[in-house]
Design a protein around this ligand. Sequence first.
Ligand code: ADP
Length: 219
Amino acid sequence: MKALRHFILVGAPASGKGTQGRFLSETFGLNPLSTGSLLRREVEKCSELGHQVNYYMSNAMLVPDQLVNDVVRGWLADMGDRPWLLDGYPRTVAQAENLDHFLNSRGDSVDVVVWMDVSRELIEQRICRRRECSTCGHIVQDANARVCSECGGEMVTRKDDNLEAFARRWADFEAMTLPVARYYEARGKVVKMTINSERDAADVSRELAQKLEDFRRSH
Ligand code: ADP
């Protein structure tokens, strides 16, 4: 029985990836990488990379594979042997193949893919309420939140959190990211959490932990 060390989180926008990602990072001692947060920080810093990705991000479009692949490869190289969790990557099958190729070349592989399978109706309800901390990225389901309970930072509505932008991101998700979940499913790597009505996050975490334990025992 092998310990789980290399995790991927797959799910639509607002599917609860951030919350479950934090839970997984704490429980399994993983170093998390959220490509969305990393890219947003680059835009804020006005770095070279930030300039390259700004157009795509402000139009709720996926950043070209090549750019994201390079960023993630650099991050993974820095990680060395430490355990990690990728949130928001791979987002296309081409990215998944690129990642697998890179890991295989180092004698590594993805251990498990957690698929947050949440209904579109539920996600639309969440999107309308969601606020994010502009400093630490903490997310709450409270349209009136102004001050971050974690760090005191300012709570804001993300530019891409509206139903029109969501419709586009959902279409991207179905067309490009669902195939990533299926790609890993075909390779026996997926633990799937199906959620069709609002549930307590801690309750979802408990079920996820149990499923991961079952998965680990059977591999
Ligand atoms: P959400 O999880 O709410 O969809 P993210 O924070 O993961 O949003 O990503 C925000 C934006 O960052 C995306 O709309 C896209 O422009 C860009 N992005 C993040 N990860 C990737 C990726 N793996 N491939 C392409 N674009 C990405």
